[in-house]
Design a protein around this ligand. Sequence first.
Ligand SMILES: Nc1ncnc2c1ncn2[C@@H]1O[C@H](COP(=O)(O)OP(=O)(O)OP(=O)(O)O)[C@@H](O)[C@H]1O
Length: 342
Amino acid sequence: MSRESSASTSTSRAADPVVRVRGLTKRYADRNAVDGIDFDIERGETFALLGPNGAGKSTTIEILEGYRRRTGGEVSVLGVDPSRGRLDWRSRLGIVLQSSGEPATGTVRQELRHRASFYPNPRDVDQTIAAVGLDEKADTRVGRLSGGQQRRLDVALGVIGRPELLFLDEPTTGFDPEARRQFWRLIRELSAEGTSILLTTHYLDEAAQLASRAGVIAGGRMRALGPLDELGGAAARVPIVRWRDAAGTLHEQRTERPAGLVAHLQSELARDAAAGSSARAATELEPRGLEVVRPSLEDIYLQLIAEVEREDAAAVSPGAPGEADTGSDADTDTTDPEEVLA
Ligand SMILES: Nc1ncnc2c1ncn2[C@@H]1O[C@H](COP(=O)(O)OP(=O)(O)OP(=O)(O)O)[C@@H](O)[C@H]1O
């Protein structure tokens, strides 16, 4: 299918989500790695799937990409069940996997030209090389790239076909800070062009920079879902004031009125100073180590995961073998070679 015809299909179904997942499960041995999750990704949206190691993110993404069979539930990606997705459907997807499969033998430019030849309306090869910052390596053999440069090439290969939906599974692992910012610019450009994006990342600042909505998975279940600035609820966003007392003990208090608390701390210091015999320098009237912080997405996420872990631990009855105890069996790779779909 040409990009034009796929675009007209999209227009006619503009209100349909590009990804629709209902009750998705994936069972390995005796444990559900994905345990009944629901979420949608709207057209043009960048959605972040967050969660700790082993949460079920890659399993979910691989099912959406059509690389892994699901055990149960309904999945639709660009209007198609991925387990039945054909080549024309696949050509509308861009995929940046966690690890780059077979080592390539050609140069950066050759590999991108080759990949571009599979798509009806690919991006310009040299512009894409520039967008991922590989201009100086365009004629270098892929095997001679550094780990971070190889990852940039993975991203370039993922976007070269001008995908309608781009899967980015931990795309910036190994990037230096400058390369990450360059990558963010590229993703914002793709998003502005209308590309829908599913991103998994362990860098919460990356999710905050790129995504508008997120789902947090832990233990295969969706624990929070919604706009990034609402994740974890309003209580999780209350500012934190930190300071040290005269003995050096660290104090921390959450308050909606941090300025009021700081004024109170200062007046206490002034009172103590007035009560003391010797005059004090003005700097000593400042609360030591004073910080007023608004919780970052990472703070909110870590709090959420800690709560989930406490709830899950409480749900396992004391004395009975816990979920974690059965993990070693379930973690055995049980993939039927036929299960990973070509
Ligand atoms: N082929 C397999 N056979 C058995 N268990 C598997 C298989 N693949 C994954 N698992 C298990 O399923 C669970 C979810 O794994 P998954 O790779 O989806 O997690 P993830 O959220 O992507 O983690 P990470 O952030 O580390 O990439 C883990 O407990 C993992 O050990």
